[in-house]
Design a protein around this ligand. Structure first.
Ligand SMILES: NC(=O)c1ccc[n+]([C@@H]2O[C@H](COP(=O)([O-])OP(=O)(O)OC[C@H]3O[C@@H](n4cnc5c(N)ncnc54)[C@H](OP(=O)(O)O)[C@@H]3O)[C@@H](O)[C@H]2O)c1
Length: 470
């Protein structure tokens, strides 16, 4: 799944931005974007003209897409309407998207901390589910109407996506679109770490951080497919009951306790496998917590994320505490350190397909099942991201392309208005504080001036007296 394989309409958007890039072949008119209400109004105003002039469907076609418009807070991801049907290249299929997965990487990407997403404006989204709506030349194993899940580097948070057929996987019977959108990234990642790198075997012990998150739940379920595996799982305290029911043997509240001490109390010799999505100083802790022959698989840098916008101190801290090791220490320690990044396996279509096939078999056998935390409309993407970033999700956060009911839209608009009012109110308060501060400063200056004036008057009096004496 390389840059060239990005969804066609997404690629067009990139082309629009990098105007110097020559077109390789004649392309359909690139999709134009405009605000959702404006496009809706235009569509409503022109249906008669459209039918009379028989404008080709490729041009009248519109679809909604989420677009990262710049780096920063939640409001940087905007819902836009694009015009023009995405043109299919050979080997591609057009998918009518039903549900999309939200990943931690999308939060980092919004802050400019994820290098697998091209720079804005760009449509994020690395997994979705939907129905094949059209099939390009040379596609032999997909047909119109197939229910598929899709894994791509980016570009899937939109109502239609043109993707290579090789990036699609048939959804098994009984699996909902939400489950299908929740599966690819979390389960492929967890599976490859535990079994390809970790070589997980019976009676072993595994530390799973963020055990109530998407990858965390997938990893726990996969651990349970092997006999007598002990799972240590860190998570915020409110999630412990759920993760314990889901298979975590020892739930640890990392926010109030030292998880290394907690693990040592139960397993003094340490652990066989540690999955590290945190980075920085936690990678050091993980390495030291391994048993001889233990394996550390590092696969993220969640510690870099602190707050809605990029936090340079957190980023610097993470870099400063970056783990590195001399090979001699590694040999003497009898330990293994692995790194995993699904985003950099985008060219390994065959490998990914094999893993996906194994994961789907486990699903069919009832051994794994994605846990959906919540489902949000595209309009609510900010709230969906907030849910994950404020550590309130248990399982996967999903976006649905289902249109938002009018009533909900009104409610959402009211919420937005309230947010705006609050922002204005806060700004007023802030300005007032500043004004008051300035006034106080002026008063202080005046007070300081008073004694000086008095002194001056005294001196003048003395001068007068001296003159009179003379
Ligand atoms: N390398 C790869 O290919 C790959 C693929 C997928 C995911 N990942 C990594 O795996 C980790 C989990 O990803 P996910 O998509 O499954 O998300 P997730 O676990 O659902 O992420 C949200 C949860 O992470 C925990 N968390 C820990 N540190 C956090 C922080 N600084 N800010 C916010 N939440 C934090 C919170 O739960 P608690 O407070 O309950 O712990 C939060 O609820 C991320 O680090 C991600 O980058 C890597």
């Amino acid at each position: 799944m390389s840059g060239e394989d990005a969804p066609a309409q997404q690629q067009n958007a990139v082309d629009q931005k990098q105007e110097t890039k020559p077109a390789e072949e004649p392309k359909a008119e690139p999709p134009k974007t405009e605000s959702a209400p404006a496009a809706a109004a235009e569509a409503a105003a022109t249906p008669a003209a459209t039918t009379a002039e028989k404008v080709p469907e490729e041009e009248t076609f519109t679809y909604r897409a989420l677009v990262l418009t710049g780096y920063g807070g939640y409001d940087k991801v905007k819902l836009q309407v694009k015009k023009g049907k995405p043109a299919l290249k050979a080997g591609e299929v057009l998918v009518r998207v039903k549900a999309c997965g939200l990943n931690f990487a999308d939060l980092m990407a919004r802050q400019g901390l994820y290098d697998r997403l091209p720079s804005p404006p760009v449509t994020p989204g690395m997994e979705c589910s939907g129905v094949v709506e059209a099939v390009g030349e040379e596609v032999t194993d997909r047909k119109v109407g197939d229910r598929v899940m899709v894994l791509n580097r980016f570009g899937l948070w939109q109502e239609v996506a043109a993707v290579p057929a090789s990036h699609t996987f048939l959804i098994p019977e009984g699996m909902s679109f939400e489950e299908a959108a929740a599966l690819p990234v979390n389960y492929i990642t967890a599976y490859m770490m535990l079994f390809d790198f970790g070589n997980l075997r019976p009676n072993q012990s595994v530390l799973v951080h963020a055990a109530a998150g998407g990858v965390g739940i997938a990893a726990t379920q996969l651990c349970k497919t092997v006999k007598d595996v002990t799972v240590f799982g860190t998570a915020s305290a409110s999630k412990h009951e759920t993760i314990s029911q889901g298979g975590v043997t020892h739930a640890i509240d990392y926010r109030t306790k030292d998880y290394v001490e907690e693990v040592r109390k139960i397993s003094p010799k340490g652990l066989d496998i540690i999955l590290d999505p945190l980075g920085g100083s936690d990678t050091h802790k993980a390495y030291n917590l391994l048993k001889p022959m233990g394996k550390l698989i590092t696969y993220g840098a969640a510690n870099m994320l602190a707050g809605q916008k990029k936090n340079l101190i957190a980023v610097a801290k993470n870099w400063y505490h970056q783990f590195s090791i001399h090979t001699l220490s590694l040999i003497q320690g009898n330990k293994s350190v692995c790194g995993f990044h699904l985003g950099y396996l985008d060219g390994e279509t065959e490998l990914i397909s094999q893993v996906m096939s194994t994961v789907l078999d486990l699903y069919k056998q009832g051994k794994i099942k994605p846990r959906i935390d919540s489902t949000w409309h595209l309009e609510q993407v900010g709230d969906a991201m907030r849910k994950m970033q404020e550590r309130n999700n248990i399982g996967k956060v999903i976006l649905t392309t289902e249109p938002m009911p009018e009533e909900e839209k009104k409610e959402e608009a009211k919420k937005e208005d309230k947010k705006e009012d609050k922002k204005k109110e806060d700004k007023k308060k802030e300005d007032k504080k500043k004004d008051d501060g300035k006034k106080e400063e002026k008063k202080d200056d005046k007070k300081k001036e008073e004694p000086k004036k008095e002194e001056k008057k005294e001196e003048e009096k003395k001068e007068e007296a001296k003159k009179e004496e003379k």
